[in-house]
Design a binder for this molecule. Structure first.
Ligand code: GLU
Length: 427
């Protein structure tokens, strides 16, 4: 007998991401008239893989590491999702992130299921050679699970195009020929796509621009943004918003935040990080903590760091009128309740940060066809995909009279559940 995941009420008290994912699911699924067995089916990850493996450190010691890969659902196609290197990785986090990938891909209308992987490691503590060794060994362990037609990894927190190149190479050396389509977010020279690096952050801002139309004819220079996180998502969202003329008044990374009511110089901050590794010591504004950053005066807050940032403890203090989620799972269910009560408009993660996996899909299509697009084409198609998903979600929100998170989940769950029903239950 399997143990039922029974987390909906636990999510009110804990900050466990899988509890959050299940609670969101339970809130949305009850609007749909689905067979009870289908509702139950979609609460479970399909496969959960965990692996313990050795890595030889530069000083000759052998150290053990733990990694995971979870395939939540594969009804709509091969499973898709990033690989995270972080000390916060555990099985429940990977389960949550895999489930969110299922909904994210379904909502974007791309033919994938959802997966996620992670290794419990702080990549900053590894030398480049150690990082390569860890990546190749983890990739080798994943080989039975991955292929361009079964499971396709991508970057996430703590990983980057170089890590994807090592995964692609490890897989290719094992099968005996080059398989670019086994992984997305690769460097351009080995089958990566134009625009993939920028895609998640750009997609967040595309959604924000559509959402701002609710406020009438606003001018970008009158809209103050705060961005939590200055990694791939936060930095690219801030850069793209800056290029459109929005005023970014607050930015943070893991070392803390900077606030400047007159607007921050985002390109300068990116140069600073490229030179120093993080924002620590950047002098272009007042120093704030990561907690303070979330409650700064602003119009739009973009959490682009990690899960569980906006909670029952701080949601009442948030001053933004709109939240556009660049991170996966930044808001807990009790945080959501407070935001909804206060009328703060939330553009949810599976909608707002879907640009990354949308361009991953374009990369995979380009690899399979061995025919590559220019950046203009990628951005045009990304824009189309994001705007279409945004308005599809908005119309479900109106139809069911629910918030945008619940609407995004209703739409995504409906698409996956319909596919389950059409395909039938095997055998
Ligand atoms: N890691 C990204 C996400 O959370 C991208 C996944 C992908 O491109 O497969 O959406």
């Amino acid at each position: 007998m399997v143990v039922a995941y029974n987390a909906a009420s636990a999510a009110q008290q804990t900050n466990n991401p899988f509890d959050t994912a299940l609670s969101q699911y339970d809130r949305a699924v009850h609007y749909l008239d689905l067979p009870a067995g289908v509702i139950e089916f979609l609460r479970y990850p399909r496969r959960e893989f965990s692996v313990n493996f050795p890595v030889k450190r530069d000083d000759g010691r052998i150290e053990m590491f733990t990694g995971y890969r979870v395939h939540h659902n594969t009804v709509l196609g091969p499973s898709k999702g990033g690989i995270r290197y972080s000390l916060a990785v555990d099985l429940d986090e990977v389960r949550a992130l895999a489930m969110w990938m299922t909904w994210k891909c379904a909502l974007a209308g791309i033919p994938y299921g959802g997966a996620k992987g992670g290794v419990v490691v702080d990549p900053k503590t590894l030398s480049p050679r150690e990082l390569e060794a860890l990546t190749r060994r983890y990739a080798a362990e994943l080989i039975p699970l991955m292929s361009p037609h079964s499971d396709i990894p991508a970057p996430d927190m703590g990983t980057n195009p170089q890590v994807m190149a090592w995964i692609m190479d490890t897989y290719s050396m094992t099968v005996g020929y080059s398989v670019p389509a086994v992984v997305t977010g690769k460097p351009l020279n080995i089958g990566g796509s134009q625009g993939r690096n920028e895609a998640t952050g750009r997609g967040v801002i595309i959604c924000m621009v559509e959402a701002l139309k609710r406020w009438g004819n606003v001018r970008p220079e009158d809209i103050r943004l705060v961005v939590q996180g200055f990694g791939n998502v936060g930095a690219n969202a801030a850069s793209y918003a800056h290029s459109l003329g929005f005023k970014i008044v607050g930015i943070s990374d893991i070392t803390g935040g900077v606030y400047n009511a007159n607007g921050l110089d985002v390109p300068l901050m990116r140069n600073f990080v490229a030179e120093h590794g993080d924002l620590n010591g950047y002098a272009g504004g007042d120093i704030v903590t990561n907690d303070e950053l979330l409650t700064l005066p602003c119009d739009v807050l973009i959490p682009a760091a990690m899960e569980g940032q906006i909670t029952g403890k701080n949601a009442a203090q948030i001053q933004a009128r709109m939240i556009v989620e660049g991170a996966n799972g930044p808001t807990t269910p009790d945080g959501d309740d407070i935001l909804n009560e206060r009328g703060i408009y939330v553009v949810p993660d599976i909608l707002a940060n879907g640009g990354g996996v949308v361009v991953s899909y374009f990369e995979w299509v380009q690899d399979l066809q061995a025919f590559f697009w220019d950046a203009e084409e990628v951005y045009r198609q990304l824009q189309r995909a994001m705007v279409r998903s945004y308005y599809a979600t908005e119309s479900v929100a109106e139809e069911y009279n629910v918030d945008m998170r619940t609407a995004s989940q209703i739409l995504a769950i409906r698409r996956v559940a319909d596919a389950v029903i059409t395909r039938g239950i095997y055998p």
